[in-house]
Design a protein around this ligand. Sequence first.
Ligand code: LMR
Length: 313
Amino acid sequence: MARKKIALVGAGQIGGTMALVAAQKNLGDVVLIDIPMTQGMPKGKALDIMEGRSVINSSVDLQGSTDYAALKGADVVIVTAGFPRMPGMSRDDLLEKNCGVIKTVAEAIKEHAPDAFVIVITNPLDAMVYNMQKQSGLPANKVIGMAGVLDSARLACFVADELGVSVEDVKALVLGGHGDTMVSIYESVSVGGIPLPQLMTKEKFAELAKRTAGAGGEIVNLLGRGSAFYSPATSAIHMAEAYLLDKKNVFSCAAKLNGEYGVKGLYCGVPVVVGANGVEKIIEVKLTADEKAAFDKSVEACQKNADWVDAHT
Ligand code: LMR
């Protein structure tokens, strides 16, 4: 059977990390693609990982390119192209700058890899994945945004730390847009199968939810230059794996709503099932009145950015 092909558009910190993790998992051949200005960087990163494959028991092929034609035949395309935020900036401050970048990448995907499953990481996430689907014309079930997996992983990390338990036993769910308005769902967190409300007060959870909403910014401030890359990279590869291996994994991600949660035609973070057909199902979870109000506010924020994209493309 032919090996799968994973194209990573953007060969920066996230792209390089994804290439390494995809190789470690033997998920398929990898091509790192970036703009000509980056010169030998995509090729250099690909060769660097190639040379270490014998010690990670990997036999996939890795290439680098500065030509979008290298997208040809990709089963999965993961897009990090664009600008990261710096300390003091919000993700929304990247809207104008990254909108044009995504348009170019979307047109290249439409031309060279129209059958691919596309995962967008570029911020502001919900608006950029909306833009990607709009510009590429790919079906909505094949275009998603990486956010909920990362936000839920961060919440699980903070819950595990607070309770002094293994993070492996914590499952968490964060919905809504990937910004300050994201909504952490108290009753959806479980610890070794035990519902979180039996282990933690709502007040303590609210503190952890607040930290989760600001977690990207916390890392931006610590790094001083650029934004998180290890956890976004592993989150995106987890999503790609669900598609490539038809795993039917359930996770939160930015998906295009078609009436679910009372929203139509907009990308926002919700739980989905991902398998060989891309987004195979959007799951509607029961929300409390407070959670529904917070989710609606988050939808409003996503809508505002999507309206901006519509007005400028
Ligand atoms: C993150 O959450 O780490 C990313 O969205 C990057 C950022 O700017 O926060």
